[in-house]
Write a new protein. Structure first.
Length: 339
């Protein structure tokens, strides 16, 4: 079976993807510098799959260490590149760190791949590249215009997409799949892996589950005066396991050379927008646990509403996000209780 290198494979989306890859019969080697994840994640993966993935504690921007890894695992046929810093607020405070980490690591990875003749890469991108689409572009499909990034983090995603496209233009053997995620939430149904926020969660769902668990006093809902039915922001919340499965399909598509296009882009979302208050109320309803909250002012840089048109992924990849919101929220709660 083919071996896939997963950078950032002990992270949130990475770990769920490693599980799906291994369960589909792929051999995996994870590269992660554990800057925002724990080595214990390997135990969770092993408990689910019954086999421990190979792991190397390496920074993706360390060319020498990466080259040694590719020498050791000369059977690597494809790469999924998750490894990146991802806190929007921190990226505003420390832009150089974000540009160095997120861009430096991709450049190094592509150089090592080239030297080792590895020609397939799936890249972890984000709906953040669309900014706030105008109403004519909602739901957002892949042809919606890319807008100026609102943060250095968002800009690194845009720049990395461009680097990949430029390299594919120069190297006709390279195949790139850009996956633009909407808002990944939830945890593996086993509750053996899930999201491990570093410090105070910035994202909605970890804050909701920590508040439900009594770890936080109350949730702050950022704004109820948006131009949406209940006034709170709308996002497309996608189950992390559904998202992980899309990566397996993308990798197979590359290995089986199913596409003649060198660079393909797919939006990964459910196609359904939910407001902050809808998420909150559904969580309270399905778990039966109260979540104290207050409405506060808008969060700077927030987008009012965005949700995906996942038609291309549905039709071309034959992939669909199918898990009901209730089940996703329950998986997140089960994981929080485990923690
Ligand atoms: C954010 C980033 C996005 C990034 C993604 C990665 C911004 C503007 N966008 O997406 O670029 O790809 O994280 O995970 O930061 N909310 C609350 N209270 C909270 C937390 C969130 O009301 O305590 C609301 C937010 O205002 C937003 C929604 O919940 O309307 C979702 O927020 P979040 O989970 O942070 O995701 P995004 O902002 O969509």
């Amino acid at each position: 079976m083919s071996r896939i290198l997963v950078t950032g494979g002990t992270g949130y989306i990475g770990s769920h993807t490693v599980v799906e890859l291994m369960q589909s019969g792929f051999d995996v080697v994870i590269v992660d510098n554990l800057s925002n994840s724990s080595i214990d994640v390997l135990d969770g993966i092993e408990a689910i799959v019954g086999k421990r993935p190979d792991f190397a504690n390496i920074d993706c921007s360390d060319y020498v260490a990466m080259a040694e890894l590719f020498d050791k695992y000369h059977d690597i046929e494809g790469v999924i590149h998750f490894a990146a810093s991802k806190a929007v607020g921190e990226s505003v405070e420390k832009p150089l760190l974000y540009y160095r980490n997120n861009i430096g690591s991709l450049i190094c990875l592509l150089e090592v791949m080239k030297a080792h003749k590895v020609k397939n890469i799936v890249f972890s991108s984000s709906c953040t590249v669309y900014g706030q689409p105008d109403s004519a572009h909602l739901p957002v499909n892949e042809d919606a215009p890319i807008q100026k990034a609102l943060s250095p983090y968002g800009n690194t995603k845009q720049i990395n997409e461009e680097i990949l496209a430029d390299e594919a233009h120069a190297d006709k053997g390279l195949h790139v799949i850009l996956l633009r995620y909407f808002n990944p939430i939830g945890a593996h149904p086993s509750a053996l892996i899930g999201e491990l926020p570093n410090g105070v969660p910035q994202n909605l769902l970890p804050f909701v589950t920590q508040t439900a668990a009594g770890l936080r006093k109350q949730l702050r809902v950022f704004g109820n005066d948006y131009n949406t039915p209940d006034g709170s922001c709308i996002r497309d919340y996608i189950y992390v396991v559904d998202l992980a499965k899309a990566h397996v399909i993308a990798v197979r598509r590359q290995l089986e050379k199913k596409s003649s296009e060198q660079v393909e882009v797919f939006n990964l979302g459910t196609g359904k927008g939910l407001s902050v208050l809808e998420i909150l109320n559904t969580f309270i309803k399905v778990t039966g646990v109260d979540v104290p909250y207050e409405i506060v002012g808008r969060r700077e840089g927030d987008i009012e509403k965005v949700w995906a048109d996942p038609k291309k992924a549905n039709e071309v990849l034959g992939w669909k996000a199918e898990t009901p919101t209730e089940d996703i929220l329950l998986s997140a709660w089960k994981w929080q209780q485990k923690l």
